[in-house]
Write a protein that binds this ligand. Sequence first.
Ligand code: 13P
Ligand code: ZN
Ligand code: NA
Length: 273
Amino acid sequence: MKPLKEKYKQLEDEGKALLAVNFYNFETLAGTLQATKERNSSIILQATSSSINYMGLPVTVGLAKYAREQFGVEAWLHLDHANDIELIKRCLDAGFDSVMIDASEEPYERNIELSQKVVSLAEPYGANVEAELGYVAKLGQNYDKVQFTQPDEARAFVNETGVNALAVAIGSAHGFYKEEPKLDLELLAAIHEVTPAALVLHGGSGIPADQLKGGIERGIRKINVATEVKNTFMQTLKEDLKTTDEIDLRKVFPSAINEVKKLIEGKLDIINS
Ligand code: 13P
Ligand code: ZN
Ligand code: NA
């Protein structure tokens, strides 16, 4: 498997994007990998600090690495939204292919400083580094804190920090949307024009297909999806549990895994079309 940094260069040449899907346990991971295999695609598997706290670091890494081997798919393991340098170090040591330093809530200078630091930590591992500039609303936050990414600042930020990937704030938000989101695709194109970093769209759940495609056309190289995975898995499971008293969990989970698979196949069909 080539380093993610190189994959991003290839995607830039081809004008394509990778789907990045959060996983929480074996079942959500299996659904995503089944879909990836079915669609002959590549994928980024990502875990947040909460998921790492839940599964433990060795299990998180082992699960992703053994599963991608077992499924025979190209899949990079990425640390999503980390603001703790110690955690980033532990993840790099444990074998993550890519890490995100999310210092987007810090003042600009501090964001630069922390992102630079992570780039130098990741260097010996050949790992990819994603940072965030501007602010994408976190899960359940109202949108007051949102700050759109400015092209000039993005260019300076990427130059100074050396990050390979940059999460941009162009109108997406984490979680479901109250109203249909309207991505600022002109702003995206202007950012893409002036920065060599692979641009990342956070808050992928709930964004309509045409806007995802419009985003890829204007420079998005990674699209993150989390909330729809959790929602699909849990809604299916809750519904199934209403009509069964089966206690063999290996008979109960497969239908929820299959719904995650279908969800991810749908996303891959949009992104790869
Ligand atoms: P959603 O939860 O809106 O899909 O956002 C995912 C994300 O950005 C993970 O970093
Ligand atoms: Zn995110
Ligand atoms: Na979203």
